[in-house]
Design a protein around this ligand. Sequence first.
Ligand SMILES: Cc1ncc(COP(=O)(O)O)c(C=O)c1O
Length: 402
Amino acid sequence: MTKQDYMDEAEQVLFHVYNRFPVVFDHGEGVYLYDTDGKDYLDFASGIGVMAFGYGNRAYNDALTKQIGKILHTSNLYYHPPLVEAGEKLTRVSQMDKAFFTNSGAEAIEGAIKVAKKYAYLRDGHAGHEVIAMEHSFHGRTVGALSVTGTDHYREPFYPLMDGVKFATFNDLDSVKQQVTEATCAILLEPLQGEGGIYPATKEFLEGLRQLCDEKDILLIFDEIQCGMGRTGAMYTWQHYGVKPDIMTTAKALGGGVPVGAFLVTNRVAEASLVPGDHGTTYGGNPFVCAAVSKSIDLMEELQLPEHVQQVTPYLEEALEQLTKDYAFVLGYRGMGFMQGLLIDPKVAVGEIVAKCLEAGLVVLSAGGNVLRLLPPLIITETDVDEMVRRMRLVLDTFVET
Ligand SMILES: Cc1ncc(COP(=O)(O)O)c(C=O)c1O
């Protein structure tokens, strides 16, 4: 089949819910993807932050192959070794106490909200609690996750969503305080907002939220689905700030490419919230995905990827700084580690840059506020940064007004 055949057939049989780019990827190797015509693409998107180890990591693939030969699925009615190993490793690196494995990021958010509601229900003896989330946040597409996502255009067609959600301004502690009532059970945020436009939280904001939550017995939930798992140079972004949440969600790079997420809680929360019968999933944490989680965490540690991210980040940031100097429509950059955004002047549509980059063999993403988003695999080197810049300049040059 030709590339066009694949695309035509896809549009025949798939529900048109994505505007896909006209590329048919066939395989990957290291930090490069190859399409069905054999053209190479340098990947600075990693499947939206999933492929932390790039493509074709031998140790990772061997671990999954081994698990396929043993057992794929058991359900959560029984114990199995990969579940125990993944739980032990994940609680250790996240510094949280108890884990629940899910099938996606959105499902981890659903679980986190349920934990907070049940905690407040047991404490107060009644339901009807509220969650405070942030403007420009993104937490997923299921109804609960959409309810706490602070972008109107994602939400509007699906009203009424979950009741009792209020939005505050990110990095504005007073705006959060204004939303707090007796009914508030949780404050939910990404320590580094992703889809909303790559906005890092300030230290004062996170410290202020922690203090507010402690004073009022409100649970602090950090969504580390995009910014977690080594991406910002720590296993989890909150560890840079020293502000620990009561509940944390993780997904994306957690499984290195297989669909898995988790919500994690402290012992204090675990002991006063969900009990058997309150929550469940058929697939969540099955032997296959747990083997992937277990190997991913091993690799993260063996390859010292958080440290590697810290080492390469100044070089990447210098390159982004140079781009902002050389192109008038690149207004600046912001981010942490390997989660960076180039701020593009609204006169130039970032979507066009992303599409042209793809044509030029460079995979990048966009984010809210006309931001060009970079989420490379965590194994990139300075040489890959140079090649990214070379390919991106070919595209940016075409936007320069003559
Ligand atoms: C911060 C954050 N939370 C939640 C989600 C939802 O995850 P998923 O697409 O796996 O449901 C995403 C996805 O982009 C995300 O970036």
